[in-house]
Design a protein around this ligand. Structure first.
Ligand code: SF4
Length: 439
C-alpha cells in the first residue's frame, strides 16, 4: 500500500504524524511524497479555528481531485470533534479522532491482524525516523492534553486532560532521536504544566502507556516528588548533551527559574528562543478568554526579566488573537502598546474565528469582520516590522545553526534564536549543526 501523509497544526501534531507514519512503514506500507502515487492519504487535522477546519476540508477535496481512486483517513483534533462534515466528504474513508497508530492503520484497511501491535504501547515507535529526506530537527512529545479551558480553544475537548510522560522514557526516546537529529524540539499541548498531573514519578516497574503513547499515573507508586519542565530539561541535557533542545510554545509565566537558568546559562543545550502565547495585552480580554494564570503585567515582567539576562540574542514569538468578542478599541490599543514595548522577533496573529464547539462562539459582542481584519492587519504589520528590526540587529553576527531544510543549491539552517539562514551548498561543511553568519 502506498500512503501519503499531510499534517495540519502544531508540532504536537507533527510528532503524532511521525508515529503513525512509522507504524505504516513498519507494516510494509510505502510512504510516498506525491498524493497521485498513493492508495491512501492520512491527514492529521487541527481544530484551533473554524478556518483551520475549512482549510482541512478544502485540502481533502483537492486530494480527491489529484487521485480519483485515493481514499483519505482523517485523524487528529478536528477528527475527534467532527460533526459529520469531514466524514461526509466523498473521498473520506474514515475519521479517527486522536492519534492512535493502530486505529489509523485499521481505518486505512491494512491487512487483517496488522496493526494490533500498535493498539497500545508505542515503545517500538519511540523514535520517529526522519522522513522528509534529511531532517536535523526532531520532535519529542513530553505531554498531551490541557487542564485549562480557554474560551476560544477546543483542544481540551479534542485531546483531553494533561498527561505527562515519564522522564526515563523521554530520555530513552531523546537518545534514539539524537542518532538522527541535531536539535530536539520539546512539544506538547501545554508543556509548561509538564508533571502537574503526576504526584510522583512511578519508576520503571510501573511503566505503562496509553494509546497516545502518554504514560498514565500509577497511584500505587511511592511519592518521589512531582517532576517539572525544568527538571525534565536538566535530565535530558545531562543524558543527551550532544543535541540542542528547544521549547515549542510555552506560557511565559510558566518559564520557572530552573528553565530560565538553562536558557541563560546553557545556550548550546537549550535554544535562546521562546514562543510564549500572549493572545491579548488587555487584562479584560484575557479574562474573557479564560486565561486566568497571567496578566499583561506578569507576562511583561517575565519576558523583560529574561530578555535583560539573555542580552541581544533572544528569539521571542507570540500568538495573538485579534478581534476577540468584546475587545474594544482601547483593548486593542493596549495590546499594540505591549507588543511595541516587548522584544518580539516575530508574531503569529490570528483574526478571531472560532469553531462552534468553543465557548467563545457563544460570547456576546462578536465584532464585525472588517474590524477583526483591520486589527489583525495592524498587528501583523507590527510583527513584521519587529521581525525585520531584529534580523537587522543580528546581521553579520555568528549563530548556532541546525539544518532545517534543503532548497535548490542551498541549505536552510535554523539559528538558536529562530532565524532562518540560507547557505549555498558549496559553503556548507555537510555538518547538521554548524556556526553560521546571519545574512
Ligand atoms: S492553555 Fe488554553 S489555548 Fe492552550 S491548549 Fe489549553 S485551553 Fe487551549
Amino acid at each position: 500500500m502506498n500512503v501519503y501523509f499531510h499534517t495540519f497544526g502544531c508540532k504536537a501534531n507533527q510528532y503524532d504524524t511521525d508515529l503513525v507514519r512509522q507504524a505504516f512503514a513498519d507494516e510494509g506500507a510505502v510512504v510516498v511524497e506525491d498524493p497521485a502515487a498513493a492508495d491512501v492519504a492520512v491527514v492529521n487535522s487541527c481544530t484551533v479555528t473554524a478556518e483551520s477546519e475549512a482549510k482541512l476540508r478544502s485540502f481533502v477535496r483537492r486530494l480527491a481531485r489529484r487521485g480519483p481512486r485515493l481514499e483519505t483517513v482523517v485523524m487528529g483534533c478536528a477528527a475527534a470533534l467532527d460533526d459529520g462534515r469531514i466524514a461526509g466528504l466523498r473521498s473520506v474513508r474514515a475519521v479517527v479522532g486522536g492519534a492512535d497508530p493502530g486505529a489509523v492503520l485499521r481505518a486505512a484497511g491494512m491487512p487483517t491482524g496488522v496493526g494490533a501491535q500498535h493498539a497500545a504501547p508505542l515503545q517500538k515507535h519511540a523514535a520517529p525516523l526522519p522522513w522528509r529526506g534529511f531532517r536535523s530537527r526532531g520532535w519529542l512529545k513530553i505531554q498531551d492534553g490541557c487542564d485549562e479551558h480557554c474560551t476560544f480553544c477546543a483542544t481540551t475537548l479534542a485531546r483531553g486532560a494533561n498527561r505527562s510522560r515519564w522522564i526515563p522514557e523521554l530520555i530513552e526516546e531523546a537518545k534514539a532521536l539524537a542518532a538522527h537529529h541535531a536539535e530536539i524540539v520539546l512539544t506538547g499541548v501545554h508543556i509548561g504544566t509538564y508533571g502537574q498531573d503526576r504526584a510522583a514519578d512511578p519508576g520503571p516497574s510501573a511503566r505503562g502507556s496509553t494509546q497516545t503513547g502518554v504514560v498514565g499515573r500509577d497511584p500505587g507508586a511511592p511519592p518521589r516528588g512531582q517532576p517539572t519542565l525544568g527538571e525534565l530539561l536538566e535530565a535530558l541535557i545531562a543524558a543527551v548533551p550532544q543535541v540542542r533542545f528547544r521549547l515549542s510554545s510555552v506560557e511565559a509565566t510558566e518559564v520557572d527559574d530552573r528553565v530560565a537558568r538553562l536558557l541563560i546559562e546553557a545556550p548550546r543545550h537549550l535554544a535562546a528562543h521562546l514562543h510564549a502565547p500572549l493572545q491579548s495585552g488587555s487584562n479584560r480580554v484575557l479574562k474573557r478568554m479564560g486565561r486566568h494564570w497571567y496578566t499583561a503585567e506578569s507576562y511583561r515582567a517575565r519576558i523583560e526579566w529574561l530578555a535583560e539576562r539573555l542580552g541581544g540574542v533572544f528569539g521571542l514569538g507570540a500568538d495573538i488573537i485579534a478581534g476577540f468578542p468584546g475587545e474594544t478599541d482601547a483593548d486593542h490599543r493596549t495590546t499594540v502598546a505591549l507588543v511595541e514595548a516587548l522584544p518580539f522577533t516575530y508574531l503569529h496573529v490570528f483574526p478571531f474565528s472560532v469553531r462552534p464547539d468553543a465557548p467563545a462562539a457563544k460570547l456576546r459582542e462578536q465584532l464585525p469582520a472588517a474590524v477583526v481584519r483591520d486589527r489583525a492587519r495592524e498587528l501583523r504589520e507590527l510583527g513584521d516590522a519587529k521581525q525585520r528590526a531584529y534580523r537587522a540587529s543580528r546581521l553579520g553576527q555568528s549563530a548556532d545553526g541546525v539544518v532545517s531544510g534543503h532548497g535548490v543549491g542551498k541549505v536552510e539552517l535554523l539559528t538558536q534564536d529562530y532565524l532562518s539562514v540560507y547557505l549555498p551548498i558549496p559553503q556548507w561543511n555537510g555538518c547538521p549543526r554548524c556556526e553560521v553568519t546571519v545574512r
